[in-house]
Design a protein. Structure first.
Length: 104
């Protein structure tokens, strides 16, 4: 009888911890998907952003940000992020560094 009782006790101790493990995995999955959603939401839309919003990108001052806005107004919306290289003063390194922070 003691063996059965101690086995039941051990089993009852394992089951709740297993369910917590599943809850933790589900919570981590939700946190990860929330982070992706937030990252997508906080990206700067290079076809809609004003100079102040563009200047929040790494390595982009107010003059270069305004150059992007001026280029966009003169030539229409960018079709790809690499089109930014057509703006004077914007290079491929800048685009590579900031690609994850920009969207069309």
């Amino acid at each position: 009888m003691k063996i059965l009782t101690s086995s039941f006790l051990a089993l009852s101790l394992l089951i709740p911890s297993t369910s917590f493990a599943f809850a933790d995995k589900a919570q981590n999955k939700n946190v990860a998907s929330d982070a992706v959603a937030q990252a997508n939401h906080s990206r700067v839309d290079i076809n809609k952003a004003n100079a102040a919003q563009l200047s929040e990108l790494k390595g982009l001052g107010s003059k270069k940000a305004q150059a992007i806005v001026d280029y966009r107004q003169a030539n229409g919306p960018f079709k790809s992020l690499t089109d930014l290289a057509n703006v004077k003063g914007i290079g491929e390194k800048f685009i590579e560094k900031n690609a994850q922070y920009m969207k069309l």
